[in-house]
Design a protein around this ligand. Sequence first.
Ligand SMILES: Cc1cc2nc3c(=O)[nH]c(=O)nc-3n(C[C@H](O)[C@H](O)[C@H](O)COP(=O)(O)OP(=O)(O)OC[C@H]3O[C@@H](n4cnc5c(N)ncnc54)[C@H](O)[C@@H]3O)c2cc1C
Length: 519
Amino acid sequence: MRVAIVGNGILSNLGALYFKKRLPASVEIVLIGPEDRGGLPLVGESTIEITSQFLETELGLAEYLCKNHYPKFGLTYYFKLDLDNPDDRTYSVHCNERGPSNNPPLESWTGPMVRPLSWLLNRFTFDRDIRKMVDERGGIERIDGLVTDVALDGQEGHTLQIKETNGHTRSIKADWVIDGTGRNRLLAKKLDLVIKPEGQRNCFWFWLADFDRSLLKNLNALGPKPPAPGEPFHYDRYYTTHHFMGRGNWIWMIPIKAEDNSELISIGFVSHPDVYEHEVRSVDDFIEQVSKVHPVVTDFVKSGRVVDTQLLRRYHYVVSKVYSPNRWGILGDAAFAPDPLFSNGLAFGTLQLEHLGEMITQDLEGKLAPEYVNALSDALMGPILGSQTAISKWYHSMDDPFLSSLRLTWIEYTYFYMVLPMVVNRCHYQPDRMKLWKVLQFRQDKNPYEIPQALLQARSLFDKPTPEHFLYRGKEKVNLRALDKVERVDEILDQVNEGSTLLGKYTREVVERVKELAG
Ligand SMILES: Cc1cc2nc3c(=O)[nH]c(=O)nc-3n(C[C@H](O)[C@H](O)[C@H](O)COP(=O)(O)OP(=O)(O)OC[C@H]3O[C@@H](n4cnc5c(N)ncnc54)[C@H](O)[C@@H]3O)c2cc1C
């Protein structure tokens, strides 16, 4: 059997490494893509536990990540109490103050902090190193060129037309085609599968060097602090993905390690054009708009040197299906461009690689059923659509620090008690466990990422939030068993139920607190 992966981006190369490991040696893997990205932007520096679990346990990259990239200690969200007053730097700050306890030790991790569960990637270094690993791995054929067309035929074999970078043209046959062509979306365009969801996004981002890191602390942070040096689970909050929320927009700040070991930071401005009235297309626009709300961020930016800038406008899309019984799959950016608010773009891509690995395995064994292929397509698109819909709605009240803190806490509980243990225990593709995954399938009336009416009503009981309104769940929202590989489905269900109970308790406590404050 021959599997053709079209694209030379991160997911295509990770896919080649993974398939080589997962599939029998008789399966030929061919990667077709140019060295040059052809103007496609390179972004996606913050990994979550799902991504790093794949990189560490499936591909054995833990030591590589530890040596070459910064650790990540979760996500930190800054909700400003008074967005209209630049002089008031009071923020309700929410982060995960500890991770699941059962992560394996890491030889190269010698820092005074707890061993991280995920990583902040320098994507230029990372993508280059992964490509090199593919070449050194051997047994993976690489063709430097563009696929100009594909004649799909799952029975007799697909035919791919290739224009090599050296000018030659040729065609090859393959039993499976995996489209990893990124925003070029080879198959989705050919098959007319692209859907542009209503809520669009614009994003401007840049890298900063030679900055004064201490300026980021120049704010009045409400909420619990991370454990101090010497205490269990101590970490440095700088090494998290920082999110500053605004009116219909938010800013990411992701520390990254330069090749020469100096510090860089990636800073991005994401907005919903229906909710945010301004355009941010340059560093000057960024300084002008952001200084009115978050001078702590712009003071920091002004202290450094801008290295590179990128802009994407109205970039959000999904496809109507990602896999076909006709032996093709659409991977990563070729299939969807999710909102990066929860750093989950690469995570969805790694789930897809596991799906594809399983489908090809079943195909080799002659037992791949069309129903299973379609079920996997739904199993991926359900959580993508559910989380994206909840995030799209969020933009309409992103300026509300209280509601934002509720939405964040809700989604993080859902992630740590439902999504993560299910992924670790393969509920996203193992047939006897997939019924559990259905909890995450998107239904308009019951979206697991959406906060309940009781919390929305609590917000209507007061005018402006005060520091007393906020409830922090830094430690509690992290499920300490989330990384346990369990024997029985019941044990996963226990965690899901525990999460539901905690969400119920959280909801009650929020409502009680608000009522108490309202007198
Ligand atoms: C603003 C923004 C922020 C993000 N932040 C995060 C984050 O913090 N964390 C996270 O996990 N994810 C994030 N993501 C998502 C992440 O960037 C993507 O999931 C990931 O980079 C996609 O990789 P890919 O391999 O699918 O595509 P790409 O890396 O774009 O690769 C596509 C490849 O296909 C090749 N190609 C194109 N056309 C052809 C053709 N016809 N024939 C052959 N080859 C072709 C290109 O040359 C390229 O090599 C973010 C996305 C955006 C837009």
